[in-house]
Design a binder for this molecule. Structure first.
Ligand code: FPP
Length: 240
């Protein structure tokens, strides 16, 4: 199946920016009688394989929704488990990530995160800042509405006096994703049909692909399948 997709894909039409809502970890764990954090653990493992395929495909940016501004409503135990997972992920994988040429970027509000997590993210961003193979945009404590308000407030505070009003081009420079291309393809796993406050501005013309697979079961084949489907959509950007 994977080999088939590899043959069918048009390598001249690879999306520049893919965003992924990694949903279904809890259900994956529940189905197996495991604690929810086991689903997240398996989910974290999927990330590395996906990044390898994304590099192979020549994708420029992968944005991952790892923790939303709404996820604080989860039980403390699950939230703390996620921070531990993140810690061990970067402890184990950062050097490999850097060797592979991945530039880590963070989108979201860092200051509310535990100090250790803030340090880990800042360190990963700094150590990988000269990498150019691919950008891994890690969305942590991220919310699309919050990002938009944050961008407007930043512009109000920083704008040069000749800028009397915002334009889309100016506005984009104040988003967490400043400098990155807009999203071409958004994938959500687990069969839910929602955007859940993810990259609201950046997905304006993205193709949306919803897949039934739960995130811990996601693999290269699903990524290639999503790209194949994306390549068969007609993108008109409002034109004819
Ligand atoms: C949604 O599934 C998933 C999350 C809220 C967290 C996503 C996090 C990871 C995949 C791992 C974190 C990454 C690293 C690098 C440590 P859900 O819990 O809402 O699943 P459910 O809808 O089935 O309950």
């Amino acid at each position: 199946m994977l080999a088939n997709y590899k043959k069918k894909i048009d390598y001249a039409k690879i999306p520049k920016h893919i965003a992924i809502i990694m949903d279904g970890n809890g259900r994956w764990a529940k189905k197996r009688g495991l604690p929810r954090i086991e689903g997240h653990r398996r989910g974290a493992e999927v990330i590395e394989r996906c990044m390898d395929s994304a590099i192979e495909l020549g994708i420029g940016v992968v944005s991952l929704y790892a923790f939303s501004t709404e996820n604080w409503a989860r039980p403390k135990e699950e939230i703390n488990g996620l921070w531990k997972l993140l810690e061990s992920f970067f402890e184990k994988k950062l050097s490999t990530i850097i060797e592979k040429g991945v530039r880590i970027q963070h989108s979201g509000s860092l200051s509310e995160l535990p100090p250790t997590i803030q340090r880990i993210i800042a360190n990963a961003v700094d150590k990988s800042k000269n990498n150019t193979t691919i950008v891994l945009n890690f969305c942590l404590n991220y919310g699309g509405r919050h990002e938009i308000i944050h961008a407007v407030n930043n512009w109000l505070q920083q704008r040069p006096s000749h800028e009397l009003s915002l334009t889309p081009e100016i506005f984009e420079n104040y988003l967490y994703t400043a400098g990155l291309p807009n999203v071409d393809l958004l994938i959500r796993t687990s069969g839910e049909y929602r955007i859940s406050n993810f990259l609201l501005w950046q997905i304006a013309y993205a193709e949306l692909i919803f897949m039934k697979v739960l995130w811990p079961d996601f693999n290269e084949r699903y990524l290639y399948q999503a790209i194949y489907e994306y390549q068969h959509r007609e993108r008109r950007f409002g034109g004819l």
